[in-house]
Design a protein around this ligand. Sequence first.
Ligand SMILES: O=C(O)CCC(=O)C(=O)O
Length: 276
Amino acid sequence: MRSLNEPLVSNGYTLEMTPERLGWLEPTDADLPLEQLREKFRQNGYLWLKGFFDQDAILDFRRHFFETISSGAKTFFDIVGSQEFEDFCTMSRLWNFYQEFLEGQPYLHKRKIMRFTHPGDSHCTGGHYDLIYLRAGTDKLCTSWIPLGDIPVEMGGLIYLEHSDAVGRQMEAEFRANNANLPPEERISAFNRNMRENGWISTNVVEMADRFKSRWLIADYEAGDMVIHSPYMIHAATLNRDPLGRTRLSTDIRYQRAGDLIDQRWAQNWVPGDNL
Ligand SMILES: O=C(O)CCC(=O)C(=O)O
């Protein structure tokens, strides 16, 4: 395990660097038998699959993204809605994996998110679990978080609250009880009166780790890796402080079985202000 030169910061809060509050994400060999992968996913709420993709497939897409943007050929949201991105998200490596992992025909939510963060951008993803935004569908849902290029810890990749799948389940049960009397539209909304800022649990990652007596797990992600997380697993991101000045580019896309209940609010491409 390497040491970090700079403290990690998220939305103005500096992560506590003690072994009780900070740890490393556990990598998993993508070639393990499926039943072992499923068991680890159930236990940990995530799988960090090292070298899942052929690195070139990832680096080619990264290059395509930056070339397209810098030539002015397309805007960011044009790329998000493009056939090239759809093809990337349905490539056979991913599709075949999910077909086996989910034991059924996969369905990819059309609302596919791409994020890029320049060094010093102060906005970081706040602590949340994904079902907050996808309450109108099944909870047998997997998010694939894919670094589009290397994202070492200093570049502000995703951080996971250890063992928080159970915390998310309990919170959601409480929200469900509190939301029971709201009108149907509001009941499934991440922004209803029972929720907090942007549907996030909190932007204060320090207080969250204390409150749940847990550690934030960090990782040096590499191009070719994929993390899968459960819809209850709490995660956030930290500030990009890359000394080399690189932009952090990633995508988060969601798969489930085609036959399970689908949240139709996610059946459109992601566009600014879609309020989800
Ligand atoms: O990449 C990020 O900063 C956030 C990603 C995220 O929230 C997710 O993968 O569900």
